[in-house]
Ligand binder design. Structure first.
Ligand code: C5P
Length: 334
């Protein structure tokens, strides 16, 4: 038998319990930041909180919460080439060869075979799961990074992805110093340090021959223009962007807009498919509407905007949509 006072206390305690539990359930379901409070308060494991996708508070790969994203996102197309996935469908091979057609291309599968004798043939980053929280920064080359002071923040990510000619020396305060992955093609190539993965975006068979040559004999000096005959890069960290993934990005994410995706958009898509959380820096115009690079003082001509092969506006809109849907986080700079 409870006395009226004891009954009141018991009802009150029960009520508090129910409220706490419901709040937790609600914030967990909707990925509210207050989950962090419960995580710490009750020392709940990441496995329990992650709903199976990843150990970050939000996981890019959680496609089910957005139909637009779910319709496009396909994790079964691996972004990087291996011997095994290098066999292209006839349609993909035709499309890829058409990007920068060669008069007398070498035999594609022979070149791939030779290449993978020099660079590693591994399936990387396919380790998504409830224990992984891989945070990534994709750093584009926009002038909006000038004076943005993102350096320390950018360096705090697990992966820092840069592209083409992007320098860091002298720009550390704004763009950071760390680079884990650097995407380039022969005509945009630059030397890297030993810890960075060179990610080659091949547009033609000659590009695969070039990377092999640039890491070994140095015989290829020309594609459609002069290219570096040698490149400083750790050959054990060289990766090749998959032509199949390249086409998937173009067809599915850009819906055929432009002639082919820009390096920036290809880099962003790589991150969306191998990371759990993606933050984007250095994309888009600066506050005055200029489309220059962050290292260019006076040239405001907007090289990226005027190449004619990319649909910059469409790419930017898709990028904004990803941000709107909380799939990526945009840092707009200055
Ligand atoms: O000019 P570049 O191709 O080297 O730049 C790399 C990427 O950075 C572009 O593909 C684009 O996505 C992004 N960029 C941008 N705005 C600029 C310059 C570059 O969004 N002003």
């Amino acid at each position: 038998m409870f006395l009226p006072k004891q009954r009141k206390i018991r009802t009150f305690a029960l009520l508090i319990g129910v409220i706490t539990f419901t709040t937790f359930l609600f914030s967990y379901t909707f990925r509210d930041p207050s989950v962090d409070f419960f995580r710490h308060a009750f020392r709940l494991s990441d496995d329990f909180l992650s709903k199976g996708q990843c150990a970050c508070p939000r996981c890019v790969a959680e496609a089910e919460d957005d139909p637009w994203f779910a319709e496009r996102f396909n994790q079964s197309v691996h972004p990087l080439m291996t011997r095994e996935n290098s066999v292209l469908s006839e349609e993909t091979f035709k499309w890829w060869q058409w990007l920068q057609s060669e008069r007398r291309p070498a035999n594609f599968s022979e070149v791939v075979e030779e290449l993978f004798r020099v660079i590693p043939d591994e399936v990387l980053y396919a380790d998504a799961g409830p224990k992984r929280c891989r945070t990534c920064a994709v750093v584009g080359n926009s002038g909006n990074l000038k004076g943005a002071q993102y350096g320390a923040l950018i360096d705090s990510f697990d992966f820092v992805v840069r592209m083409n000619q992007a320098p860091t020396t002298g720009f550390e305060e704004d763009v950071g110093a760390k680079t884990t992955h650097h995407l380039m093609y022969p005509e945009s190539a630059k030397d890297l340090d030993n810890t960075t993965s060179l990610v080659l975006i091949p547009f033609k068979t000659l590009d695969l021959q070039w990377i092999l040559s640039a890491l070994t004999t140095g015989t290829i000096k020309h594609t459609y223009t002069r290219v570096p005959s040698r490149i400083k890069a750790n050959k054990d960290k060289v990766l090749i962007y998959s032509p199949t993934f390249f086409k998937y990005v173009f067809d599915t994410w850009l819906e055929g807009h432009g002639r082919y995706p820009s390096t920036g958009f290809l880099s962003l898509m790589l991150a969306v498919h191998i990371c759990d959380e993606v933050s984007v820096f250095g994309f888009g115009a600066d506050q005055y509407g200029n489309w220059h690079h962050y290292w260019e003082e006076n040239d405001l001509s907007g090289a990226f905007r005027h190449t004619g092969v990319h649909d910059g506006d469409h790419e930017y809109n898709v990028t904004l949509q990803l941000a709107d849907k909380h799939k990526i986080k945009m840092f707009r700079g200055r």
